[in-house]
Design a protein around this ligand. Structure first.
Ligand code: S3P
Length: 439
């Protein structure tokens, strides 16, 4: 029988070094999708080669977009919005971002396609995109609000929409914007709760007629997007695991270069600063309209915190690792308004609460909130059921660097949906994380 391995993390020595983290997943996915609708060839430097991004690339190839891997970049031959009908259904694997963005784009393109995904993606809500897209007079259907989604090409005239988005979701916003690229006229999105604006930034950079006034985003089509080189910054959400690990370690100092610092992604920095974290941002600049900088982190004694609902979209992906920080901070931390956390790659509120309490952390879990009693020393020693969720897996491995007893995760393969090289990067900084044989 073939041996399979997983990861185990142990109490570690100080972490020190100068590193880069893998490139941004959200921006990598957008760079492939948006360059496919440019007219001509786009070079993408530092594309993240993770499962979610490679699945997006394969989907685009299935729609007859030519994408070549060169020495230092990927080259996408954009066809101005023309795709061929794929021979097979389009499989997005684990990627919610990719399937939701591509559904928008394909729904108003002249194409017939079926969109599917893995078990976790097949249980995630799609009504949130189907509802607004349906208002554009398109032919689209879902399966009781879930995948598979079917898109049919018909001769109906698609119409621009004015849509009030009540949830803070960049995936829904981007899905509508990409659909609107093919619909003559001006579409407007009124964003009640602002979310990451990578799509708006990239569309503007490539020449789309897009503007934002207060909380109203308007896109006027047709658009003729011109290729420009795109450089993908480091992923702040991946940097978050290093940031918290360094803050919790003794005598540690790490600098992470070229990290994306989009305002709507960096709520964690605001929260950590209030918790007494020693973090400095240096060398601020822009890559294709996106803010980028270097992050310097030093060991800190973290205090507890209260995180309210209004900041949720700015740190949505960082809650699992923030819960780990709160577990080792002094005092009780409280996190509110976490409804959206329940419909990620797993129900992260539940999976993290279970993993932490099995590791000895005292906590109280509510329907959309959690209170965590922090202490400098936590027990650990548990086998984590990650629910196939990459961020739960990585967060709990970081927990194991500080708990008295080591942490083992039930499976490690999903880590590469966002953070290939996670173990190696941590080990190079001084952490003790080892491969162990699966039980
Ligand atoms: C993403 C948006 C967020 C985030 C996800 C990536 C994106 O999801 O959780 O990991 O790239 O647009 P929602 O838009 O559903 O909040």
């Amino acid at each position: 029988m073939k041996k399979t391995f997983t990861l185990k993390s142990f109490k570690s020595k100080p972490l020190n070094g100068l590193i880069n983290v893998p490139s941004d997943k959200s921006i990598s996915i957008r760079s492939l999708i948006i360059s496919s609708v440019c007219i001509g060839n786009t070079k993408i430097f530092n594309l993240l080669e993770s499962d979610d991004v490679i699945n997006t690339l394969k989907v685009l190839r299935g729609l007859n977009i030519k994408i070549k891997k060169k020495n230092s970049y990927y080259e996408v031959s954009g066809q101005g919005g023309f795709f061929s009908d794929p021979k097979n259904s389009l499989n997005f694997g684990n990627s919610g971002t990719s399937v939701r963005l591509m559904t928008g784009l394909l729904s108003t393109s002249e194409v017939n396609a079926t969109l599917t995904g893995d078990k976790s993606l097949s249980s995630r809500p799609m009504k949130r995109i189907i509802d607004p897209l349906s208002k554009m007079n398109i032919s689209i259907s879902d399966h009781d609000g879930l995948l598979p989604i079917r898109i049919s090409h018909d001769n109906k005239k698609h119409i621009p929409i004015k849509y009030t988005l009540n949830i803070g979701s960049a995936q829904v916003k981007s899905s509508i914007l990409l659909a609107a690229l093919n619909v003559k006229g001006t579409s407007k999105i009124i964003e009640k709760i602002p979310s990451r604006d990578h799509t708006e930034i990239m569309l503007e950079y490539l020449g789309a007629q897009i503007k934002k006034q207060k909380n109203i985003i308007s896109l006027t089509s047709p658009n003729f997007l011109k290729p420009k080189d795109l450089v993908i910054p480091g992923d702040f959400s991946s940097a978050a695991f290093i940031i918290i690990a360094v803050l919790l370690s003794k005598k540690s100092k790490v600098k992470i270069k070229d990290v994306g610092l989009n305002f709507f992604r960096t709520g964690l920095l605001d929260v950590l600063k209030k918790m007494n974290a020693k973090i400095a941002i240096k060398n601020k600049r822009k890559f294709n309209g996106e803010s980028v900088g270097d992050i310097e982190i030093e060991s800190s004694n973290l205090n507890s915190t209260i995180v309210k609902k209004n900041i949720v979209p700015r740190l949505i992906d960082e809650y699992p690792i923030l819960f780990v920080a709160a577990s080792f901070a002094s005092g009780t931390s409280k996190f509110y308004g976490l409804k959206e956390l329940k419909i990620k790659e797993s129900n992260r509120l539940k999976s993290m609460a279970k993993a932490l309490s099995e590791g000895g952390v005292k906590l109280q879990l509510g329907d959309d909130f959690i209170e965590i009693c922090g202490k400098h020393s936590q027990q650990g020693g548990n086998l984590v059921n990650t629910e196939s969720d990459h961020r739960v897996a990585m967060s709990m491995l970081v927990f194991g660097l500080f708990s008295k007893r080591p942490i083992v995760i039930d499976d490690m393969k999903m880590i590469k949906t966002s953070f290939p090289g996670f173990k190696e990067l941590f080990v190079n900084l001084g952490a003790k994380i080892e491969y162990v044989q699966k039980f």
